[in-house]
Write a protein that binds this ligand. Structure first.
Ligand SMILES: [Fe+2]
Length: 283
């Protein structure tokens, strides 16, 4: 006699103000039956961890499609018309532009150089570093909501100029002029400091690409950006994920910042990432 298929679906908080751990099985994820619930949790909690779910690349791509519009890496896949995972590694034999990823060791939001940033990233651990390499996330909704009311009023309406080269200077403070020019080819992008989402919720837009608050002097601008980053990344808004092989983590790129903790660049650490196309412009 056939028995009804059992599906596992256990939910727990990862940290009080950010992160949810979902223990489930591949079939449940790939069926798409929980997709809208996953999107709701992602928006409300910022990060979802699927411990040791062990999806293959093809399964991760299929899962990504259940959640929204699959986003291609610049110049990848789309041209060839195929969906691929993107290797996050410091090994240049696997990813020739690995050095650009060094900006990821500092708090940032992906896509601050575009009008509409990606909605989410989905990352699976394929190889780990024996030491370090955790990923930290902070909740930029909660950190805005918890600011004193007068401070919220003070910063709402401010705009910040973002530049990709600013984040590159974090890891390479003395680039050659040619290198700087290459980074500067990406231009600058002016974004609101407080993002008013369609949902009505508001989040902080900060990170390593934040260069200058418009209308403020250099000192005042830097002091504000550092003070807010310091506020938003204090432990009560942060979840640090210590990876196990096969873990998959998905995060709402529009309501969090993230960074990788340092690790041995020769350790072979390898993450496979897919992304969801942005659905909402910075506003
Ligand atoms: Fe990133």
């Amino acid at each position: 006699m056939a028995t009804a298929a059992t599906t596992r679906w256990e939910i727990a908080d990862a940290a009080p103000k950010i992160g949810t751990i979902i223990r489930t099985d591949k079939d449940t994820l790939l069926s798409g039956s929980r997709a809208s619930e996953i999107r709701e949790i992602m928006e409300s909690r910022g990060v979802i961890v699927f411990p040791q779910i062990n999806l293959t690349d093809d399964e991760q791509i299929a899962f990504t499609h259940t959640l929204g519009t699959f986003a291609y890496e610049d110049g990848e896949g789309a041209k060839e018309g195929k969906d691929t995972v993107y290797p996050i590694t410091m090994d240049e034999t696997i990813n020739p532009i690995a050095s650009y990823l060094k900006g990821a060791f500092y708090w940032h939001i992906d896509g601050t150089m575009s009008a509409k940033p990606i909605l989410a990233s989905i990352m699976s651990a394929r190889a780990l570093s024996p030491v370090g390499g955790e990923t930290e996330f902070c909740n930029t909704y909660a950190s805005f909501e918890d600011l004193p009311e007068d401070e919220k009023r003070e910063i709402e309406g401010l705009n910040v100029v973002h530049a990709m080269w600013r984040s590159q200077l974090y890891w390479k403070p003395e680039p050659s002029f040619a290198e700087l020019q290459k980074w500067m080819d990406r231009g600058v992008n002016t974004l609101p400091l407080v993002w008013k989402h369609r949902s009505g919720r508001k989040s902080l837009v900060l990170g390593a690409t934040a260069l200058q608050v418009e209308g403020k002097g250099i000192m005042e601008s830097e002091a504000l950006l550092v003070r807010l980053r310091d506020w938003a990344t204090q432990p009560r808004f942060v979840y640090r994920h210590t990876w196990s092989l096969g873990d998959m983590v998905i995060w709402d790129n529009t309501g969090t910042m993230h960074r990788a903790m340092q690790y041995d660049h020769k350790s072979g650490r390898l993450m496979h990432r897919t992304k969801l196309e942005g659905e909402e412009a910075f506003a």
